[in-house]
Design a protein around this ligand. Structure first.
Ligand code: NDP
Length: 273
């Protein structure tokens, strides 16, 4: 039995993961901005579920949740930085205050939780940090630049963090889901208020471009995450869904093609020894 702490457990992937973790017999700190959405988990699993209010943009609520987890379960084995949302708009349309909020939730909040959880994990010499990114960080689409940037930021940080904490016995895993059937495109979605006609066509606002289907099943995604964490050699990167897999390979091929085509220029810039 291990102890998990999940942010954004009110809906979508976070909710599905919360149910899966409890069903598998683990302890869970199910956190949400409004705990009414997770109270039923405590009723169903009174001995192993704890709920706390956690808004990832409020450092005090992060610290309180980590303390509550320590007191109730003696420490946290797995933190899941799941809370997040998307923001749509061309780069030129993006509003700085909305983009700052996006980064507060998708990047700075997860960083604060990592920093709050690390002392306990380091003391115990064990722990897994899961950062839910998006395949969109790797395969950006028109209108998704700020979201891709926020997710790419947490991925960049995760790479260094992994190398810093692995010698201490800790693990870091990045999850890149494809499109999943959650509130991501529904009530959670944010959009730039500014809409410049110049970008209507490329962003699909003229009705001639549809978003792809939401293939991903959050319950199956949750099961895959738990299996990955429990693997004796867990991955540093886990893609979720065949759309994520296709995007990953296409992006990798495109990047490799550019690198190989211009390798002569790349090699031309070293100083003469
Ligand atoms: P949902 O909209 O269903 O869930 C998002 C969760 O994040 C909700 O619980 C929401 O809480 C929470 N949240 C938002 N802001 C905050 C905040 N400031 N503090 C705490 N919680 C917050 O979408 P998903 O389940 O799909 O999203 C889960 C993760 O998956 C996100 O990081 C998302 O970016 C990522 N993702 C999703 C994809 C998809 O297609 N669904 C694709 C790729 C990545 P509340 O109920 O209070 O609003």
């Amino acid at each position: 039995m291990s102890t998990w702490l999940i942010t954004g457990a009110s809906s979508g992937l976070g909710r599905a993961l919360a149910e899966h973790v409890l069903n598998a017999g683990h302890n869970l700190v199910a956190t949400a901005r409004n705990t009414d959405s997770v109270d039923d988990l405590v009723n169903a699993y009174p001995d192993t579920a704890l709920t706390t209010i956690l808004d990832v943009t409020e450092r005090a609520s992060i610290d309180a949740a980590v303390t509550a987890a320590q007191e109730r379960f003696g420490g946290i084995d797995v933190i899941v930085n799941n809370a997040g949302y998307g923001y749509t708009g061309a780069v030129e349309e993006g509003e700085n205050d909305a983009v700052a909020r996006l980064f507060a939730t998708n990047f700075f909040g997860p960083v604060d939780l990592i920093k709050a959880a690390l002392p306990g994990m380091r003391d115990r010499g064990t722990g897994t940090i899961i950062n839910v990114s998006s395949v969109g960080a790797r395969v950006p689409i028109p209108g998704g630049g700020y979201y891709a940037a926020a997710k790419a930021a947490i991925e960049g940080l995760s790479g260094s963090l992994r190398q810093e904490v692995e010698p201490l016995g800790l693990r870091v895993m990045v999850i890149e889901p494809g499109s999943m059937r959650t509130e991501f495109r529904g009530r959670s979605a944010d959009h730039a208020d500014t809409q410049l006609e110049a970008y209507d066509k490329v962003l699909g606002r003229t009705g001639d471009k549809a978003l792809g289907p939401q293939r991903g099943d959050p319950a199956k995604a949750a099961a895959a995450i738990v299996r990955a964490v429990e693997d004796p050699e867990p991955p540093g990167l886990l893609l979720l869904g065949t759309d994520a897999l296709g995007g990953f390979h296409a992006a990798t091929r495109a990047a490799t093609g550019d690198v190989e085509q211009f390798e002569h220029l790349t090699r031309s810039t070293d100083a003469t020894l």
